[in-house]
Write a protein that binds this ligand. Structure first.
Ligand code: ATP
Length: 234
């Protein structure tokens, strides 16, 4: 039960954006993917979601290969994007129904869980709302609710903290801790380490498309010769 990224090289056109990336996440592990703007974090995520085709290398989850068993792979991955993507014509209730259908969840159990999650994020009285009625932060919360509802082996989260109110950040951190405790895997990109480190203790630093170091924030600071209060400049 592991996410394995092996020798992954890829990007958008001819010139690779990410180069020879190797990463492993085991059950009950969360990995933070950090690095400056343009380092390749979102590009790595797009490869894990199967939105980009690798030039070289492979991605597998519990031995299921993304390139040869994409459907099976994707059923085990939920995603919270940085910019919420909702269907304009579907209500919040229909977004929950869609998640239940696409992840083949038991409808009764899933709706029970959905009500808990919706209540946590103060969305429980908005089931008939369309996306146009939601603020950006509320749309983000809908993405969080549906991703946790999907209850997958791997949860991929792209920069979740900017734009969320403090209560939602605290709830999100708690939910991340819960899925880690359930032996699932989390991969999260972020620039907001103060929030991230409440749930995540191991980080991989991407610099110009390659992984420079994987370790705790203290080990990473040590590696770059940074003091505790220095901003990360890698
Ligand atoms: P940020 O912290 O700003 O979100 P990031 O680490 O997620 O940055 P990426 O979005 O992966 O960085 O970008 C890595 C490189 O890929 C950048 O040089 C960027 O210009 C390039 N890039 C990103 N998206 C595209 C695209 N759709 N087409 C071509 N190049 C792209």
């Amino acid at each position: 039960m592991t996410l394995k990224i092996e020798h992954l090289t890829g990007g958008y056109t001819g010139i690779p954006v990410i180069k020879d990336i190797n990463l492993e996440i085991k059950p009950g592990q969360a990995l933070g993917l950090i690095g400056l703007n343009g380092a390749g974090k979102s590009t790595t995520i797009k490869h894990i979601l199967g939105l980009l085709r690798p030039q070289k290398g492979s991605i597998s989850l519990n031995g299921v290969s993304l390139s040869t068993q994409a459907r099976k792979f994707k059923k085990q991955v939920a995603y919270i994007p940085e910019t919420p993507v909702l269907y304009p014509e579907l209500s919040l209730k229909e977004h929950i129904d869609m998640t239940i259908l696409s992840y083949e969840l038991d409808a009764d159990q899933a709706w029970k869980r959905a009500h808990e999650l919706l209540k946590l994020f103060r969305l429980d009285d908005k089931l008939d709302w369309l996306p146009i009625h939601f603020s950006k932060g509320m749309k983000q919360k809908v993405m969080i609710v549906t991703a946790f509802l999907a209850d997958t082996q791997l949860l991929v989260i792209d920069e979740p903290f900017t734009g969320l109110d403090p209560l939602a950040v605290a709830n999100l951190i708690d939910l991340i801790k819960q899925v880690i405790a359930q032996d699932k895997m989390v991969l999260m990109t972020t620039h907001v380490l103060a929030d991230a480190q409440q749930a995540i203790s191991t980080y991989a630093v991407l610099n110009n498309g390659t992984i420079e170091i994987v370790g705790s924030l203290a080990e990473i600071r040590d590696f770059y010769g940074l003091k505790a209060d220095d901003p990360f400049d890698k």
